[in-house]
Write a protein that binds this ligand. Structure first.
Ligand code: FAD
Length: 397
């Protein structure tokens, strides 16, 4: 099967972006607020997303995907996040799983999983976090034991996006819990919870709670419980080799961080746009509030930070597209864009006064959605540490 990854030219990219804009205007905008407040999974929009090709956005055309560049992909994520950020989580976590198979899988695994992932027929996410291990990924306890041509898995994952509505997960496990350093005992499996052929539930895996959240509603965040769950080694053991899981998980996070940063730009842009508009119609002391210097100072800072975040995302995405290692660029984009999203959303709330606090306006949703970006795909505390380590590594004295 061909894995042609030629990227779109500017004209074709514009066609894709236009199709996304049309969908956002016609289908997403009318329902986003209600679905979000009801924390309802957007099943109809997911069907549209399949048709738009979003579940295969980064998968090579040879496997049925769109093969988009990270640059185009980031623009899509930003646009959708301006309307409703949760939708991006439904295909981004899925694409991180797909990226692991595409980058590290055997030919058999790519041929088996990628066409199913690209069509959205099988959807899923990334299963790293456990109740006692988030940042300290090497502290995970989920174990997989090789028995004949299968792996038997026991353990619990939590906070997994698409855990309930999805069908499978890229699962980080320990195959050698005694290994030192710990990462050498870590392995990546693709673990379906339904039989991909019959679509019947598989034994040994179930979802625990659906987790209640401040924001990022509509998309399910949940637990996975594995109890003597058996999966086929040839299809599930990514790359056919144990001990590579930590490397695969952290490699997948690069595109994840660009995605989080692109979401941050979307949140910030929307908050800024709403604020620029509102400040021209809301009057106090006989004039629109945009003529008060206190509001102008806010708008100026919001605009400059939003634009800076956009440029950092573009920089990280283009380095990724050139095939470079982008820990530093993606880390800076993720850190700055997510902090900007949180700040700009809060400033937008102040500018809107009581209306910013009202559930009838989008500002309170932007304000609730933004903090996740400071936590997910590596907390912003860790981002700054990663940036510093890369700086030293790239500039030895
Ligand atoms: C809505 C949502 C969706 C998510 N989706 C997924 C998903 O799909 N898949 C998945 O695997 N996970 C997912 N997560 C989990 C997320 O990746 C973790 O929450 C994140 O990695 C942080 O881990 P933790 O929550 O265990 O915090 P901890 O690791 O306990 O950290 C707590 C605090 O200590 C700080 N800290 C920890 N270690 C250090 C250190 N060495 N130096 C400095 N500071 C440190 C952290 O920055 C943080 O401030 C999701 C989380 C949320 C909220």
């Amino acid at each position: 099967m061909t894995t042609d990854t030629a990227h779109l030219d500017a004209g074709d990219e514009q066609l894709v972006l236009d199709a996304i804009d049309k969908w956002l205007e016609q289908k997403v905008k009318p329902v986003a607020m209600e679905l979000e407040h009801d924390d309802e999974y957007p099943a109809e929009l997911v069907e549209d997303m399949k048709e738009l090709g979003l579940f295969g956005a980064l998968i090579a055309p040879g496997y049925g995907g769109l093969g988009l560049s990270a640059t185009t992909y980031a623009k899509i994520v930003t646009r959708i996040s301006e309307e409703w950020m949760s939708l991006t989580g439904i295909f981004n976590s899925h694409l991180m799983m797909a990226r692991i198979v595409e980058r590290y899988g055997t030919d058999t695994q790519k041929d088996y999983w990628l066409p199913r992932f690209a069509s959205g027929e099988l959807r899923g996410g990334l299963g790293l976090t456990e109740p006692d291990a988030g940042t300290d990924l090497q502290g995970i306890r989920t174990q997989a034991r090789r028995v004949g041509d299968q792996y038997i898995v026991n353990g619990t994952k939590t906070w997994i996006s698409n855990a309930i509505e999805g069908h499978c997960v890229a699962l980080l496990v320990k195959t050698d819990p005694e290994a030192q350093p710990r990462y050498k005992g870590m392995t990546m499996l693709i673990a379906p919870k339904i039989d991909p052929e019959t679509r019947q539930p598989l034994p040994g895996v179930r979802n625990g709670r659906k987790l209640e959240k401040l924001g990022y509603k509509g998309i399910d965040s949940g637990e996975f419980i594995f109890e003597d769950y058996a999966c086929d080694a040839a299809l599930s053991l990514v790359g056919g080799e144990e001990g590579q899981g930590f490397y695969m998980a952290t490699g997948g996070l690069e595109i994840g961080r660009i995605n989080i940063a692109a979401r941050g730009v979307g949140i910030a842009r929307r908050a800024l746009r709403e604020s620029v508009a509102y400040s021209q119609v809301r009057k106090t002391m006989g004039k629109p509030i945009c003529e008060h210097q206190a509001i102008q100072l806010k708008l100026g800072e919001m605009a400059a930070k939003t634009r800076a975040a956009e440029l950092l995302v573009a920089d990280a995405a283009s380095a990724y597209d050139r095939g470079e290692r982008v820990d530093l660029e993606a880390g800076m984009a993720k850190y700055f864009a997510s902090e900007t999203a949180a700040e700009v959303a809060f400033e937008a709330m102040r500018i809107h006064g009581a209306y910013g606090y009202s559930k009838e306006y989008p500002i309170e949703r932007l304000y609730r959605d933004a903090p996740l970006l400071c936590i997910g795909e590596g907390t912003n505390e860790m981002q700054r540490i990663i940036i510093a380590k890369q700086l030293v590594k790239r500039n030895p004295v």
